[in-house]
Ligand binder design. Sequence first.
Ligand code: NDP
Ligand code: X2W
Length: 346
Amino acid sequence: MKAAIIGVTGYSGIELVRLLDQHPYVTIQSVHSSSQVGILLSESYPHLVDHITFDLDEINTANIAKEVDVVFLATPSGIASKLAVELHDLHVKVIDLSGDFRLQDPDTYETWYKKTPASTTYLEKAVYGLSEWNKENIATSDFISNPGCYPTATLLGLAPLVREGLIEESSIIIDAKSGVSGAGRNASLSTHYAEINENLKIYKVNQHQHIPEIEQVLSSWNEKVNTITFSTHLIPMTRGIMATIYANVKAPDLTTEKILDLYNQCYEDKPFVRIRQNGEFPSTKEVYGSNYCDIGLTYDERTGRITIVSVIDNLVKGAAGQAIQNLNIMMGIDERTGLHRIPVFP
Ligand SMILES: NC(=O)C1=CN([C@@H]2O[C@H](COP(=O)(O)OP(=O)(O)OC[C@H]3O[C@@H](n4cnc5c(N)ncnc54)[C@H](OP(=O)(O)O)[C@@H]3O)[C@@H](O)[C@H]2O)C=CC1
Ligand SMILES: CC(=O)N[C@@H](CCC(=O)OP(=O)(O)O)C(=O)O
């Protein structure tokens, strides 16, 4: 397959380059920019020198569609709602990493993203790319809406219990933390070194755009689960998300061992989800640079509450890695192709 990347100069775009460069069946045909046309990508990212020799091309959807089979869009919200539609109509596969096609209700998108939504026709066409739980639909789709980084960690952590109806419906609380690369490459006051270093900041309290995305998927699994409490924090590290999830469990006779059995069974055939055994918990470094989501959990029989910890690398499983996993599923090849790597540790 020949691939183009739009938004390649951002952190998710450049992670797509790193991962696709080692994919055996995908070739990067072109990389595109709205602001730096004509310069070498390696001028903006010197770590690519001797590996990647592309010039940045303009974004002309008609020309791109003539040359490639698939386009990855790694652009800010509000851009793909136009570009993805044009590309889809030009019959190329589209994988959008932004939030533009994740929410089925356009009004909800407008409320949370404060941008004009995509048209309902295309919102209905886009398939939500949570690889582990939507594989059949992804396999037959040519238009994928890749999940948000926090929703990926959260939904993978909650899926078995919510799908089995074992959680008290309104009891879910998610306390999530992200490294600063989650905010993209653009400099801003909130990602300034002096504001991040030796600091822990909560942000977008009850206003985070991933709240409706998580609720939409949870309620599709179990219609009674439709609200969550979700808080996000910036921590002084580059990559990684930890979602610590608390919920009341319905069945009083459950034990940590029984819940672990359920998770082991649910994720047995899902190679990128690793369940920690014996009440052990993962840390973000254990998935750094990889497409893994590692999950640990424990049930407190005293309070009836479960604690689930789910970690991912926001740029890999939270963005570029899951996008490639979805392309593999669309191509009908092993979903691990080009992605099956040991995380970088320490
Ligand atoms: N960072 C993360 O961990 C995750 C990010 N995402 C989503 O992926 C998308 C990209 O995120 P991220 O890589 O962090 O963002 P960055 O800000 O690092 O990069 C976004 C890129 O989009 C391009 N861009 C900006 N404006 C336009 C425009 N008007 N038209 C076309 N391209 C434009 C810019 O490149 P240029 O100026 O060269 O065109 C820029 O480099 C976002 O929607 C984000 O929400 C999803 C999951 C995780
Ligand atoms: C650390 C940090 O700022 N993270 C970003 C995640 C951005 C993202 O993935 O948002 P969409 O894909 O929904 O646009 C945030 O919390 O908004």
